[in-house]
Design a protein around this ligand. Structure first.
Ligand SMILES: [Zn+2]
Length: 178
């Protein structure tokens, strides 16, 4: 069994883990519009959860329209947890920010960050493009916010309603305090 000493180390580790999780909830979060120079006029305010929406059935984010090549900037400080080229999203970047929320940026022309890097709010992470299923469409940034700890009160008894617990409305969060 565990010795007294290893038990103490485990207890400290668990307390530290709890402290990190709790701190994640209380870090202040003021989001920036993640395209340089963009304003709320550059996205449809009702496009979050718009359906039907292509192959994915329902839209789970907002599309911020901007000229191709415009800087995509991180909406918040955080850690880049994922960059890749995928079928629908094209070139994508995911940043883990405060409150255990992942900020997802898709259809990038170029990715200019790497997984594991800390980014500050407003830092460039790529450029606006038309990659993935945005090929042939006007250039835009698909921006989604996914909470890693689902919110059961957002559940809806409809198709894709379970996803409502994880996907937050970027429009509402970007408009906060405006
Ligand atoms: Zn989109």
């Amino acid at each position: 069994m565990f010795s007294k000493r290893s038990f103490k180390i485990i207890s400290v580790a668990i307390l530290a883990l709890i402290a990190i999780v709790v701190a994640g909830f209380f870090l202040p979060e003021q989001l920036m519009i993640p395209v340089r120079g963009a304003t709320p006029a550059d996205w449809n305010h009702n496009s979050f959860w718009f359906k039907p929406w292509g192959k994915s059935g329902v839209h789970r984010g907002i599309d911020i329209f901007a000229p191709e090549g415009r800087d995509v900037i991180s909406a918040c400080s955080g850690i880049v947890v994922y960059t890749n080229t995928i079928e629908n999203g094209g070139k994508v970047v995911s940043v883990l920010g405060s409150k255990w929320r992942v900020h997802y940026y898709a259809h990038l022309k170029q990715i200019s960050t790497v997984a594991g890097r800390f980014v500050s709010r407003g830092e460039k992470i790529g450029t606006v493009g038309t990659t993935g299923n945005a090929v042939g469409k006007p250039a835009h940034l698909h921006y989604a916010i996914i909470t890693q700890i689902p919110y059961p009160w957002l559940y809806r008894s409809e198709r894709f309603g379970i996803d409502r617990m994880s996907y937050l409305n970027p429009h509402e969060l970007l408009m906060k305090g405006r």
